[in-house]
Design a protein around this ligand. Structure first.
Ligand SMILES: Nc1ncnc2c1ncn2[C@@H]1O[C@H](COP(=O)(O)OP(=O)(O)OP(=O)(O)O)[C@@H](O)[C@H]1O
Length: 600
C-alpha cells in the first residue's frame, strides 16, 4: 500500500487501466469517437508540417504551374484546420461525457467499498479517511479521477504528435531523427519524473490539511458560529488556520525549489539539442543535400520533438487521476472483509433473549472500554444500563448494532452468534436513537420515516403522539412537510428537545414497521420534565410487545424498567430492579440519592 503522503508519486497503471477499459466498455460508441478524434488531433501537426513543406517547395520552384498547386495546398491547410477545430470540439465533449461516466463508476465503487464493512471502525481511521478523500477527488481541488481521463488522453495525443514528428524528421535525416528523438525522449522522461516529484510536493496531504480545513469550516460553516462569536474566537481561529496552512505549504514550497533547477537543466539540454539539430539541417540545405521543402519539414518536425519532453496540464491531471484510482483500490483492499460476515436471517429475533457472554472491547486506539461483560436481555422485557460518564454504556449499544465487534467474548441472539446473522437484516430489527442522532435537512416526514419511504398517515400520527412530536408539528408552518434546515428556502430549525422528539419518533416508527428492539441512548436528555414523563409512558407502552434497551442518567425513568445493569469503568458492578438496587446501597443507590438531592 502507498502511504497517503506519497500522493501523486504512488503506484501507476495497474489500477488505472482497468478503470479506463471499464468506461470504454460501458460507452463503446463514445470511446470509439474519443480514440478517432484523438488520432486526428495528433495527426494535424504532422499534416500541417507536410503541407507547409510542400508549399515551401512550390514557392522555391517559381514556375507557372506552382501557383495553382500552391492554392490547392493552402486550401488543404484550411480544410485540415477546419477539421481539427471540429474534431477537437467533438473530442472535448466526448471526453467530458466519458470522464463523467468514469467519475460515476469510481464514486459508486468508493461508496460501495466504504459501506461494505459490517462495522464502522474504518470511518474512524484517519489514514483511510485521507485516502477516501483522495479517491473522491475531494482532497485535491485541482482535479480528481475524471480529470485523469482527460489528462491521459491529452498525454497520448501529445506523444502521438511527437511520434509523427520523428517519422517526418527521419524522412529528412534519419541519423538526426535517431539522435534528436532519443535526446528528447530521455530528457522528457527525466523532466516528467521530476514533475511527478514536484506534484508530490504540491499535492498536499489530505491528512495534514484536515486540521486546516476544520479550522476554516469552523469559521465558514454553520454549527460553531455561536461559540466563535460569543467567545470572540474568530481572529484567533483565523490565525491558527493561517499557521496551519503555512506549516503544510512550507514543505511543499521547499520540495518545489528542489525540482525547479532540474527543469531548468532539462530546458538547457533541449535548447542546445534543438539549436544543434537546426544547424545540421541548415548545413544539409546549404550543401544541397536536402531541398527547401525538406528543410522546412525537418525544422518544424525537429521543433515538434519537444512534444516528447513537454510537461503539460495533461500530466498534472493524469497524475492526480492515477492517484485517485490508486487511493480507491487501497480503500477497497483495506475494507475487504477478513472472513464471512454472516448471512443468517434473524427473522423476528429476539424471541427469547439477547445474551452477552464475557464480552470485552477495545477501540482501535487500544483503549479497553468493556471488560468481561456477561448479561441477558430477555425478549419483550425492558433493561436499562446506567453508570457514570465514560463507563461504556453507549459502547455496549454500538456492539449490539455491530458498529464494532467485541474484542473477545460473544453476543448471542436466541442462541445464535450475532456475527452469523445478516448484519443488514439484524439492524432492521433494531429501532435506535443514539446520542448523536442524524438531523436530516429534509422534511419532518422524511426525518421520521426515512427519505423516499412510503408513509402511512395513521402510523405517523401514532408515533407523533408517543414521542410528543405532535406538539412540535402543531407549530410548524407545513406540518409534516416542513423542511428542517434553516439553510434551505422555506426551511426552519428546531430546538434541541424538539429535534430529540423527531429522532425518537423515527425510532418508534421503525418499531411499528418491522423492528423488534428499541434501543435508546439518552432519548429525553433535552426534553422538559412534562414531555419526558409523557414520552416515557408512551415508550413503556409502545414496547410492551417489544424489547426495550435504555441508556440513561435519568433515574426517574430508569426506575420504571424491569432490570437495571450498573456499569462502572467497563465492568458490571450491580444488577437488579430499582428496589433491589436501592436496598443494596451500592453505586446505583449513591447515584440515585445524588440526583434526588439535586431535585429536592
Ligand atoms: N471511537 C472511540 N475511540 C476511542 N475511545 C472511545 C471512542 N468512543 C468512546 N471512547 C471511549 O470509551 C469510553 C466509553 O465511552 P462511552 O461513550 O461508551 O461511555 P458512556 O458510558 O456512554 O458515557 P456517557 O454517559 O458520557 O454517554 C470513554 O472513555 C470514551 O472516551
Amino acid at each position: 500500500m502507498t502511504r497517503p503522503d506519497e500522493g501523486a508519486t504512488g503506484r501507476r497503471g495497474p489500477s488505472w487501466w482497468p478503470a479506463v477499459v471499464a468506461v470504454g466498455r460501458a460507452r463503446p460508441g463514445l470511446a470509439a469517437v474519443a480514440v478517432s478524434t484523438t488520432l486526428l488531433s495528433a495527426a494535424v501537426p504532422a499534416l500541417f508540417i507536410i503541407l507547409s513543406g510542400t508549399a515551401a517547395g512550390l514557392l522555391a520552384r517559381r514556375d507557372d504551374g506552382s501557383a495553382g498547386s500552391l492554392g490547392l495546398v493552402v486550401a488543404a491547410m484550411a480544410v485540415v484546420l477546419a477539421l481539427s477545430q471540429l474534431s477537437s470540439m467533438i473530442r472535448s465533449d466526448v471526453l467530458e461525457a466519458l470522464a463523467r461516466q468514469m467519475d460515476m463508476v469510481l464514486r459508486r465503487r468508493l461508496i460501495e467499498a466504504v459501506a461494505r464493512p459490517v462495522g464502522l471502525g474504518h470511518l474512524e481511521d484517519p489514514r483511510l479517511q485521507g485516502r477516501i478523500a483522495t479517491a473522491h477527488g475531494l482532497a485535491n481541488r485541482l482535479g480528481g479521477p475524471a480529470g485523469g481521463l482527460l489528462g491521459v488522453t491529452g498525454r497520448i495525443q501529445v506523444l502521438l504528435t511527437a511520434v509523427g514528428c520523428v517519422a517526418l524528421l527521419a524522412w529528412v535525416d534519419p541519423v538526426l531523427a535517431a539522435v534528436s528523438g532519443t535526446l528528447h525522449l530521455v530528457v522528457g522522461w527525466w523532466l516528467r519524473d521530476n514533475y511527478r516529484q514536484l506534484l508530490h510536493h504540491l499535492h498536499l496531504d489530505p491528512g495534514a490539511l484536515r486540521r486546516g480545513h476544520y479550522l476554516r469550516d469552523l469559521l465558514l460553516r454553520p454549527g460553531a458560529e455561536k461559540e466563535t462569536r460569543v467567545f470572540g474566537l474568530g481572529r484567533w481561529l483565523l490565525g491558527l488556520h493561517h499557521t496551519e496552512w503555512l506549516r503544510v505549504s512550507t514543505a511543499a514550497w521547499q520540495g518545489r525549489r528542489i525540482a525547479w533547477w532540474k527543469i531548468a537543466a532539462g530546458a538547457v539540454l533541449l535548447g542546445a539539442g534543438q539549436a544543434a539539430g537546426i544547424a545540421v539541417l541548415a548545413d544539409d540545405w546549404q550543401d544541397g543535400a536536402v531541398s527547401l521543402a525538406a528543410l522546412v519539414v525537418g525544422v518544424q518536425a525537429g521543433i515538434g520533438l519537444l512534444q516528447f519532453a513537454a510537461v503539460t496540464e495533461w500530466d498534472r491531471l493524469a497524475h492526480i487521476g492515477w492517484d485517485a484510482v490508486d487511493a480507491l483500490v487501497e480503500v477497497e483492499d483495506a475494507v475487504r472483509p477478513a472472513g464471512p460476515t454472516g448471512d443468517r436471517d434473524p427473522g423476528a429475533a429476539p424471541l427469547r433473549e439477547i445474551e452477552l457472554r464475557d464480552v470485552s472491547f477495545s477501540y482501535p486506539d487500544g483503549t479497553q472500554v468493556l471488560h468481561g461483560i456477561s448479561m441477558t436481555v430477555p425478549a419483550g422485557g425492558s433493561l436499562a444500563i446506567v453508570g457514570r460518564n465514560g463507563a461504556g454504556k453507549s459502547t455496549l449499544l454500538k456492539l449490539l448494532l455491530r458498529s464494532h465487534e467485541p474484542t473477545s467474548g460473544e453476543i448471542l441472539v436466541d442462541g445464535v452468534p450475532l456475527r452469523e446473522l445478516d448484519p443488514q437484516r439484524w439492524r432492521s430489527r433494531l429501532a435506535t436513537m443514539t446520542q448523536n442522532f442524524v438531523r436530516l435537512p429534509l422534511t419532518v416526514r422524511e426525518n421520521v420515516a426515512g427519505p423516499g419511504r412510503a408513509t402511512d398517515a395513521r402510523t405517523l400520527a401514532a408515533v407523533a403522539a408517543q414521542s410528543d412530536l405532535d406538539t412540535v408539528l402543531a407549530d410548524l408552518p407545513h406540518g409534516w412537510d416542513t423542511v428542517l434546515s434553516p439553510q434551505l428556502a422555506g426551511g426552519t430549525d428546531l430546538s434541541g428537545g424538539q429535534w430529540q422528539k423527531v429522532a425518537l419518533a423515527r425510532g418508534l416508527h421503525a418499531l411499528r414497521t418491522g423492528a423488534t428492539v428499541l434501543a435508546l441512548d439518552e432519548p429525553t436528555a433535552n426534553m422538559d420534565i412534562e414531555a419526558e414523563r409523557a414520552v416515557y409512558d408512551a415508550i413503556i407502552d409502545a414496547t410492551r410487545e417489544h424489547t426495550l434497551l435504555l441508556v440513561s442518567h435519568r433515574f426517574a425513568t430508569v426506575r420504571r424498567v424491569d432490570r437495571i445493569v450498573v456499569l462502572d469503568a467497563g465492568r458490571i458492578v450491580e444488577t437488579g430492579d430499582h428496589a433491589t438496587l436501592i436496598q443494596q446501597g451500592g453505586l446505583y443507590a449513591q447515584m440515585f440519592d445524588a440526583q434526588a438531592a439535586i431535585v429536592r
